[in-house]
Ligand binder design. Structure first.
Ligand code: AMP
Length: 274
């Protein structure tokens, strides 16, 4: 079946049709991580809608909104190859009409870890995700563990606001050398690309240890030896993103964010502490 490209609400409603739909929200510049989300979505519903929208609300004033990669034609080819039913790619004016007042507040959880470095980011993310949910009306939506706090916050929003939508997550897809796939990796020079490996190496070093202090120390030792500007390295509860204490048991997320040159990268690993 031919891919439908919907640029406005009316076309989207027609493209969605009736029946079970899975939504994959993205900002485009699609890579293997996005392909994995689409494949998971196809396993969960007969029809998949991919949204491609670089959401101005989730970028800070000094962030990379204007230079964020926009590769729509290549993205549509990816969606065709992956059997997507429709791509929703609205203009900013279609998503945010003038006079806009009301938005989603991400609460305390939106102000910690990633939210400390990117104030307002999660309000912007949750607002656009809720709008996409309302527009597409999916039965299930699929997100990547790569953005672990985002996934946790979307689950929180679905629970807190009683959204009738199942939230599915998939593990982080990596390059063969361990670098987490990201649309921003294309900003990296060859030298920076090498430096960026310190993030996934730090997570592996941490994952080889067994207590919070040792996990963080092992990861930090790798990062200390790399030419990058660390934003944070934390070990947190996967559901709340509160830092875990030394006696914590259960799943924990070791999350890192750093700037390599002018490119900001994030990565994380899910660990089990016993
Ligand atoms: P983005 O286009 O960067 O906003 O990401 C759209 C979706 O793709 C989000 O749910 C991300 O978590 C997910 N994603 C991005 N990179 C990866 C990756 N390397 N592996 C798995 N999911 C990813």
């Amino acid at each position: 079946m031919e891919l439908i490209v919907a640029r406005n609400r009316a076309d989207l409603v027609k493209a969605r049709g009736e029946g079970r739909v899975a939504l994959v929200p993205t900002m485009g510049a699609l890579h293997e991580g996005h392909r994995a989300l689409i494949r998971e979505a196809r396993a969960l519903a007969p029809r998949v809608v991919v949204s491609i929208f670089v959401n101005p609300l989730q970028f800070g004033p000094s962030e990379d909104f204007s230079r964020y990669p926009r590769t729509l034609e290549a993205d549509l080819d990816v969606c065709r190859a992956e059997g997507v039913r429709a791509v929703f790619t609205p203009a900013a004016g279609e998503m945010y009409q003038s006079g806009r007042q009301v938005s989603v507040s991400s609460g305390h959880m939106g102000t910690i870890v990633e939210g400390t470095v990117r104030p307002g980011h999660f309000d912007g993310v949750l607002t656009v995700v809720l709008k996409l949910f309302n527009l597409v009306q999916p039965d299930v939506a699929v997100f990547g563990q790569k953005d672990a706090q985002q996934l946790a916050m979307i689950r929180r929003m679905a629970a807190d606001l009683d959204l009738p939508i199942e939230i599915a997550g998939i593990p982080t897809v990596r390059e063969p050398d361990g670098l987490a796939m990201s649309s921003r990796n294309r900003y990296l020079s060859p030298g920076e690309r090498q430096t960026a490996l310190a993030l996934s190496r730090a997570l592996s070093a941490g994952a080889a240890e067994f207590t919070p202090a040792r996990i963080k120390a092992a990861a930090r030792a790798v990062l200390d030896g790399a030419d990058l500007a660390l934003d944070y390295l934390v070990l947190v509860d996967p559901a709340t993103f509160a830092e875990v204490g030394e006696s914590y048991t259960g799943e924990a997320v070791l999350a890192v964010a750093a700037k390599v040159g002018s490119t900001r990268l994030i990565d994380n690993a899910v660990l089990r502490l016993s």
